[in-house]
Design a protein around this ligand. Sequence first.
Ligand SMILES: NC(=O)c1ccc[n+]([C@@H]2O[C@H](COP(=O)([O-])OP(=O)(O)OC[C@H]3O[C@@H](n4cnc5c(N)ncnc54)[C@H](OP(=O)(O)O)[C@@H]3O)[C@@H](O)[C@H]2O)c1
Length: 297
Amino acid sequence: MTAVILDGKQVAAEIRADLAKEVADFVAGGAPPPCLTAVLVGEDPASQVYVRNKARACEKAGIDGRTHRLPADAGQDELMALIAELNTDTNVNGILVQLPLPTGSGVDYDEREILDAIDPLKDVDAFSPVNVGLLMQGRPRFLPCTPHGIVQLLGRSNLSVAGKKVCVVGRSDIVGKPMAMMLAQKNGSCGPDVANATVTIAHSRTENLAEVCREADCLIAAVGRPEMITGDMIKPGAIVIDVGINRVGDKLVGDVAFDQAKEIAAAITPVPGGVGPLTIAMLLHNTLAAAKLQSGR
Ligand SMILES: NC(=O)c1ccc[n+]([C@@H]2O[C@H](COP(=O)([O-])OP(=O)(O)OC[C@H]3O[C@@H](n4cnc5c(N)ncnc54)[C@H](OP(=O)(O)O)[C@@H]3O)[C@@H](O)[C@H]2O)c1
């Protein structure tokens, strides 16, 4: 069997084109362009690239993408003051703090305190406790961008996991946990095709990981370890979603050994070009949703 390759780039382009039209309609109705403000602390090269890519994507969608830069040693108080200012600035609809915050400059940041300080109505990453809680309860305000992108990719590829066994490997607050929660929802609040899965969350303490993975009709790897999911861990005919982005030499590789997996799975995402492009598309989606919410408040 050779798997269907799920083209995240193509799906993201479709979403972004639809979104650009929605933004244009919103603005034509008299609203200012939605505004997403990224906060970048320090000079981490990867973070700079991410923020630049987000700003470019905003521009293409008609969204006002801004970046606030602070030096690595700005400190917790200065960063908290900036968040407070952005919270009250009515021109700003979405706030995102680029993670990870810097370490090693002699200044430590309390990431949790900073993320908690973002106004939940401007929390386009959906990291705040209020938005996480709403998602848990099946009435999300914003869906976290990477899991939401995966849901969109599944839905637009006509792949339903309802009633199926899904294994999510990884339990981070950003990917693994919200992904599992979205797929297990009863009410379809995260998309009609993603409710009602039977979800297992695996992690570094899972016993017999290969066996647990092999039971899954849909395997989602969000670990951060290059090619750790090998062919023998995949059920024949499974859907395989690879969230991992790992730099190995000058190449980017996923958490799944792609060449092995594509011979066993029915459908698989590549790295790069799979989940990655969808994350930014869903961030833009949340920014427009935030602008709409705030214009009605
Ligand atoms: N495509 C995108 O847009 C996108 C977005 C976000 C992240 N990512 C990528 O996705 C990957 C995961 O990101 P993350 O933020 O979720 O990472 P993370 O916070 O480091 O979490 C990694 C998870 O993997 C688990 N894990 C580590 N080693 C394991 C092992 N040997 N067996 C089973 N589980 C293991 C950890 O278990 P414990 O909890 O037990 O430690 C943890 O739950 C990274 O490569 C990241 O770059 C991509």
